[in-house]
Design a binder for this molecule. Structure first.
Ligand SMILES: [Ca+2]
Length: 199
């Protein structure tokens, strides 16, 4: 579910110092997005770090957990570098708008949360086939009340979807025969799963 405005999200490559140079806004970026970036970039470094992003996202009518922020950064940089430049920010901006729209359409009873039934429908419509056992784990894990409310809020919903999406993509890379089974070395397995646990 990437923004329609950004089909190519890459980690910086080429020069080993590429990551130190801020990216640039894609041509035709909405001036409001640029303004949002400049507002969020409190220290004017040209990058937005995890603390700045957390503050920027939480200042709206919405709370964002620090964990969701770090997972978003991981998703948009494909690395554990906790800072994003204009280009990544722009992609994230549009992507969050899409997440918000999705969240509202999946929240069928307008409770402001996605319950177990709604999550099943949501993940199904996003193309993931999740078993009831895994679904139950997801609800327990991403319910910020420790599983007692059996429903997940907006930031945790993003986190849940990014986790399912990220792990599914990593799995599919190894499931070359598309048979639902993959072989990982120990190292590859750890490197695949750990970013989702420690974000
Ligand atoms: Ca709901």
């Amino acid at each position: 579910m990437e923004g329609a405005h950004c089909h190519h999200v890459h980690a910086p490559f080429g020069s080993p110092f590429a990551g130190l140079i801020p990216s640039t806004f894609p041509p035709g970026t909405d001036p409001n997005v640029v303004a949002c970036f400049q507002l969020a970039d409190v220290d004017g470094s040209g990058f937005i770090d995890d603390v700045e992003l957390h503050k920027a996202l939480s200042s709206c009518d919405q709370t964002f957990s620090a964990r969701t922020v770090r997972l978003l950064m991981h998703h948009f940089t494909n690395s554990n570098v906790r800072k994003i430049g204009p280009r990544e920010f722009s992609c994230m901006f549009y992507s969050l708008q899409e997440w918000r729209a999705k969240f509202e359409s999946f929240d069928q009873d307008r409770s402001g949360k996605i319950d177990a039934f709604e999550l099943r429908e949501a993940l199904r419509s996003l193309g993931y086939r999740i078993s009831p056992v895994v679904m139950d784990l997801l609800i327990s894990r991403f319910d910020k009340y420790g599983g007692t409310s059996r429903a997940i809020e907006y930031d945790n919903f993003i986190e849940c979807c990014l986790t399912v999406k990220g792990l599914t993509e990593k799995f599919k890379e190894k499931d070359t025969a598309l048979c639902g089974s993959a072989t990982f070395t120990y190292e590859a397995f750890m490197l695949t799963v750990l970013p989702f646990l420690i974000a």
